[in-house]
Design a protein around this ligand. Structure first.
Ligand SMILES: *Cc1c(COP(=O)(O)O)cnc(C)c1O
Length: 344
């Protein structure tokens, strides 16, 4: 059997934090076009003191993972979807587009260079990839910069929420995440800067995360700071909130497909009122980092807006969705066409 080279890391005890790996991808945009890009060992960035990213937060990012499969291949999950979403983000932020094929190629190159940092199958860890772009040239008047840098680094990660399969507790946030006609639907850095106070405050009050409501009426459920919601009704329908200020999670869109086409469940994307949450039996957060994290309770100013009806931390349907999605990612279950990008 072929020997798999992996770094000497305690994979099964990894949290969700930055660990520097050996190689990253860099490409620069100058005079109206991107250079060829290359893999480098330099983990630092040197910038003008007046760089657009530093002054006016002209920056955006993506997140996806590389997995080692049951048959020892290294794969990525739907990188073309991240490429497309970054294009949408860049258009909204007046940033140059990094073409889909170049994005996917850069992901492949970054993973290939860092193969020894891809956690082994069964360890529960994965290699998180962080593509991002920022304005690198100086601006002082408020306008888009002339020059940009696109980078991808890789970092091995464990579960996003400490405690693994424990159901988490959310509070309904008094802060808003996204304005109508604003930037909630794109992965702009600015969306996360303004969520930091809300998350630090939630943690202080003993909650794991915030549930954000729509800022226009504050009656409808949107998402958390970094993950979308799915709910399961008592007759096993999978529901996800519909709103154009929610970030379109690739995990959520994949789960809705899995629910319908693998599990034969009815699915619905529709507005979800805060007042109807207790009619659902299961609730979970979904995203690349969160994967599918069960929610035990949602507290709205001391009142239980949602309580899980399951005796297990993860409800029955959530568990089926989790097992099917991760089974597809780990090569145990056949994937829909084009969902799996094999790296080696
Ligand atoms: C990235 C992100 C998600 C999850 O998206 P995935 O594509 O599933 O990783 C959900 N909500 C917000 C606000 C995000 O930034």
């Amino acid at each position: 059997m072929e020997k798999i080279m992996t770094k000497n890391i305690d994979w099964s005890n990894l949290g969700f934090g930055y660990i520097q790996t050996d190689f990253r991808y860099v490409s620069n945009f100058k005079n109206g076009s991107w250079d060829d890009g290359n893999i480098t060992t330099d983990a630092t960035v040197t910038l003008s003191e007046s760089a657009g990213v530093l002054q006016y937060a002209q920056t955006c990012f993506e997140g996806l993972k590389a997995y080692r499969t049951v048959d020892n291949k290294v794969v990525c999950f739907r990188p073309d979807m991240n490429a497309k979403r970054m294009i949408d983000t860049c258009k909204r932020l007046e940033m140059p587009i990094f073409a889909e094929d170049r994005f996917v190629d850069a992901v492949v190159k970054t993973v290939k260079a860092n193969l020894e940092s891809v956690p082994p199958y069964g360890s529960g860890a994965t290699l998180y990839l962080r593509p991002y772009m920022f304005a690198s040239s100086a601006v002082i008047g408020v306008k888009p910069a002339e020059e940009y840098q696109f980078r991808i680094f890789a970092t091995p990660v464990g579960p996003y929420f400490k405690g693994g399969a424990k159901a988490i507790t959310l509070r309904v946030s008094d802060f808003d995440r996204a304005a109508p006609r604003g930037t909630g639907h794109i992965k702009a850095g600015l969306n996360y800067a303004m969520s930091l106070h809300a998350i630090v405050d939630a943690h202080k009050q003993g909650y794991d995360e915030n549930m954000y409501l729509d800022s226009e009426t504050r009656t409808k459920v949107e998402e958390t700071g970094g993950a979308n919601f799915i709910f399961v009704t008592k007759d096993n329908k999978v529901i996800t909130p519909k709103s154009n200020t929610i970030l379109p999670s690739i995990t959520r869109r994949s789960l809705m497909y899995v629910a319908e086409h693998y599990l034969g469940l009815k699915t619905e994307e529709r507005e979800v009122a805060l007042t109807e949450l207790n009619e659902f039996k299961e609730c979970a957060l979904c995203g690349t980092a969160a994967v599918l994290t069960p929610v035990g309770k949602v507290i709205d100013h001391g009142k239980e807006a949602f309580v899980s009806k399951s005796s297990e931390p993860m409800g029955e349907i959530t568990k089926k969705l989790y097992d099917t999605l991760t089974g597809i990612q780990m090569g145990k279950i056949e994937a829909p066409e084009n969902w799996i990008k094999v790296i080696e």
